[in-house]
Design a protein around this ligand. Structure first.
Ligand SMILES: [Zn+2]
Length: 489
């Protein structure tokens, strides 16, 4: 009798576990990595008020900053990328290749208006280094190593009518790289890279965020982090978000989306799309991409992941815990594009999000592992023939393309003046490097996993990447790297 009881209990326990696994609610470590990494990081508190009737976002930032350099600092630099949208001359969306798609009704002015800056509660002067108003320099007296302070900044961000990372188009307000963020200090100076119109000119360190966002009732918000509350106050709704150890906070707001959501291995996955069907499809592909990357590169670091559709001329754009996907990927005939774009952007959660890199000077370092992931995903899911077909169009064709003048996959983005050349050289030729390395050694997946383990929440250099690759592949791959990344052919 006891034995029977024991068996019954065992069977019951087993079936409960099976049900949990099948429902995707099994015991999980979702968010643990980020929570552990959050200890001691700088903290951003943003209070945001969104007014769609005037295309405006009022923002108050309270930043707890600690000087982690070994030198005494006289100033700190924030990147205010939204400033670049203030004029035709400085907008990243005004190059010939993008202008008509981004500004279909002509140039529209956006930008940032700083209303006040305080350092440790004392009002302080500030200045922009550049005509584009993207490098905001704030004096902080003499800030010794390991000392910290509180920076408060109030600003108004004007949203341009522009289908780009930042702008409003087709009923969606898109706030990619729109909020002020600390620059990165390297070799004794603050980085002041221009908002180059090709590639992603952003490099940033991990920090913790708490954000409140007030919107008119009925507007939805897709954002970095986990939604912690949603409260109605009169005719407005206030959303709260928290994010541990992320490189920035991005979001988009719309009253037109359809939403789908599910729990997957403890992660809340949410999709906002033009239609219910599109949201469900995006949710499905995002889940498959998350599972693929988790099984090859290690656990997803956070407890939430969000996909939203926006209007811009790129396939997608990665932000921490959030990917923005072009509306066109949701067209009925674009199911393949939606799936492959989601795989690429989801892989960025590991290559860019988890492990940061210098995407201005070494754009290949996060783009090629993401494209490599797309090809390997297709091979694993759809077989060798599908892989060969995709490789022929994405990689082999790019290898046949003559290289534009004096540009190689290892060049900085500022060497490029066209997206088509950038995409062929970096995504095509650059990715051929990793595919070849894998054909030679069969260990590139292992190398990418150890890269993610070793440099999680840090910024890895080109050397860090290549040393890990050669080490894990047990082969000297430096000559191959030079051949693919640095050699004009
Ligand atoms: Zn990418």
């Amino acid at each position: 009798m006891k034995y029977v009881l024991f068996l019954t209990v065992l069977l019951l326990a087993a079936s409960v576990i099976l049900v949990l696994i099948l429902r995707g609610n099994g015991p999980s470590n979702a968010g643990i990595r980020a929570m552990q990494a959050s200890d001691g990081l700088d903290h951003y508190r943003y209070e945001l008020v969104f007014r769609p009737e005037s295309d405006e976002l009022a923002a108050t930032l309270t930043l707890q900053y600690t000087n982690r350099t070994r030198e005494t600092l006289n100033d700190i630099v924030l990147r205010t990328w939204a400033g670049a949208y203030g004029s035709y001359k400085t907008s990243p969306a005004s190059i010939d290749e993008l202008f008509d798609a981004c500004y279909p009704k002509g140039f529209s002015e956006g930008g940032i208006n700083i209303e006040g800056v305080w350092w440790n509660d004392a009002i302080t002067a500030y200045s922009f280094d550049d005509d584009a108003s993207t490098v905001l320099r704030i004096p902080v007296g003499m800030l010794a190593p390991d000392m910290g302070g509180t920076l408060r900044l109030r600003c108004r961000i004007s949203v341009p009518h522009c289908a780009h990372r930042f702008g409003v188009s087709d009923g969606v307000f898109q706030f990619g790289n729109a909020l002020p963020i600390l620059s990165v200090r390297q070799d004794g100076i603050w980085r002041t890279d221009a908002y180059w119109p090709i590639g992603d000119p952003f490099t940033s360190s991990c920090a913790n965020y708490d954000v409140t966002l007030s919107v008119p009732k009925g507007w939805m918000c897709a954002a970095t982090g986990s939604g912690t509350s949603k409260t109605d106050e009169g005719n407005r709704t206030v959303y709260s978000f928290h994010a541990d150890a992320v490189r920035e906070f991005a979001f988009a707001i719309s009253d037109k989306w359809q939403k789908a959501e599910k729990k997957l291995d403890g992660i809340t996955v949410t999709a906002y799309a033009p239609s219910k069907d599109g949201a469900k499809k995006a949710l499905d592909y995002a889940g498959k991409a998350l599972r693929y990357c988790t099984s090859h590169y290690g656990d997803y670091a956070y407890s939430a992941f969000t996909v939203c559709s926006i209007d811009f001329p790129f396939g997608g754009m990665e932000y921490p815990q959030l990917v923005m996907i072009s509306n066109t990927c949701f067209d009925k005939e674009s199911a393949d594009t939606l799936e492959l774009t989601l795989v690429h952007e989801t892989a960025h959660q590991w290559f860019y999000g988890l492990v940061g890199s210098d995407s201005f000077n070494q754009p290949w370092q996060d783009e090629t592992p993401c494209e490599y992931t797309v090809l390997r995903y297709v091979k694993e899911r759809y077989g060798t023939d599908a892989y060969r077909r995709l490789r022929a169009t994405r990689i082999d064709a790019a290898m046949q393309d003559p290289l534009p003048l004096a540009v190689t996959p290892g060049s900085p983005i500022s060497y490029y003046s066209s997206y088509s050349a950038y995409s062929s050289v970096v995504y095509g030729r650059g990715t051929a490097f990793l595919l070849d390395a894998d054909e030679m050694t069969g260990k590139v997946d292992t190398a990418l996993k150890s890269y993610c383990d070793r440099y999680a929440f840090q910024i890895a250099s080109r050397d860090d990447f290549l040393t890990t690759l050669s080490g894990s592949c047990e082969a000297d791959l430096d000559p191959l790297a030079v051949d693919y990344l640095d050699t004009l052919m």
